[in-house]
Design a protein around this ligand. Structure first.
Ligand code: SAM
Length: 310
């Protein structure tokens, strides 16, 4: 696809759907799904839920029949996009389906509020709390202890696609090392509303943060993004996804005191490589299934699901 004239975040989130589908760690996901109640609607909260692609995904698994689902996000535009799908989700339909998943109905409502405020004010508890591609944007040390208070005693917390320090573009380019170091540093130095918000090694740091906040890790595993052009080109809208990622690096480093020129040339090369189908993009990330440290049931039983042979 030609280099986009315009970049929009909702399109980025939709284009990310197939990339995430391949990336999500199946072992972790299985532990999460196996621990949910099946005799009543599952109470789900998704923090930083964007346009609701995780709702689509979970409906399409057919593993949860009924859900009361709260989507929390700071971007009204994303939640409006999600709200247009409420009637379809209630019928077991998604963006991708023309036939409903039998017996599936998700009742989805939205909350336009920072997740930090939502967890501080909310007084209900949830069977499943999801943070998909969002924990590396917030101050986890502040967020996690409060988040566990919103988890039902047998509930499960599913933080996924937590970036963990590796951004790879192929073919190699001599500028990659300096640019990726600076890009990662920008994540480490990010401050929002006076609070540290992000880390380039957020994934590995979650092992310590989760335990310190009173959580117990049931499963953990890699959820790397791997984007490449196969025999039919890039899958779905993934050429746009790759262009958007390159654009994000260009935006971040475009005013850098010493690297601005370098990132301009690098960006031109990388966009051209997407157009020719040559570009491969890999990002290392980690997923977790977590229960409350004091939990005695629920997801703990999921940890005894049969392990697959290696
Ligand atoms: C990388 S996107 C992921 C969106 C969605 N989970 C997905 O993967 O499709 C991060 C999302 O978190 C939201 N977000 C970032 N900081 C937030 C905060 N403090 N509270 C609530 N939402 C936040 C953004 O608006 C965005 O929708």
């Amino acid at each position: 696809m030609p280099v986009p004239q315009q970049y929009t975040y909702p399109r980025y989130l939709r284009s990310k759907r197939t990339v995430d589908d391949r990336a999500l760690n199946r072992d972790v996901m299985e532990a999460v799904l196996a621990g949910l109640p099946s005799d009543r609607p599952v109470r789900i909260a998704e923090l930083g839920g964007g346009v609701g692609t995780m709702v689509d995904r979970l409906i399409e698994t057919g593993r949860i029949s009924n859900a009361d689902y709260v989507l929390v996000d700071t971007q009204a535009e994303f939640l409006e996009d999600a709200n247009t799908l409420a009637a379809q989700w209630r019928q077991g339909l998604t963006r991708n389906l023309t036939t409903a998943v039998p017996g599936v109905s998700f009742e989805v409502s939205t909350r336009h509020v920072p997740l930090e405020d939502w967890i501080a004010r909310e007084d209900s508890t949830f069977d499943l709390i999801i943070a998909h591609a969002v924990l590396d944007l917030v101050d986890v040390e502040t967020v996690l202890p409060r988040l566990f208070e919103r988890l039902a005693p047998s509930g499960v917390f599913w933080p996924t696609i937590n970036f963990d320090g590796e951004t790879i573009f192929m073919p190699k380019d001599p500028r990659d090392g300096a640019l990726m170091d600076a890009y990662h540093l920008s994540m480490d130095e990010r401050v929002r509303d006076g609070r540290p918000s992000g880390s380039s090694t957020a994934g590995r740091e979650l092992f310590g943060h989760i335990r310190a906040a009173g959580g117990s890790i049931v499963r953990a595993g890699s959820s790397d993004w791997v984007v490449f052009s196969g025999t039919d080109g890039y899958e779905s809208d993934e050429a746009y996804f790759a262009h958007h990622i390159i654009h994000t690096v260009e935006q971040e480093l475009g005013t850098h005191p010493t690297l601005a020129d370098s990132v301009r040339g690098w960006g031109e090369l990388r966009h051209a490589q997407v157009e020719s189908g040559e570009l491969v993009y890999i990002a290392h990330q980690l997923d977790f299934a977590v229960c409350r440290g004091d939990a005695e049931a629920g997801v703990v039983s999921a940890s005894s699901t049969p392990a697959t042979d290696t």
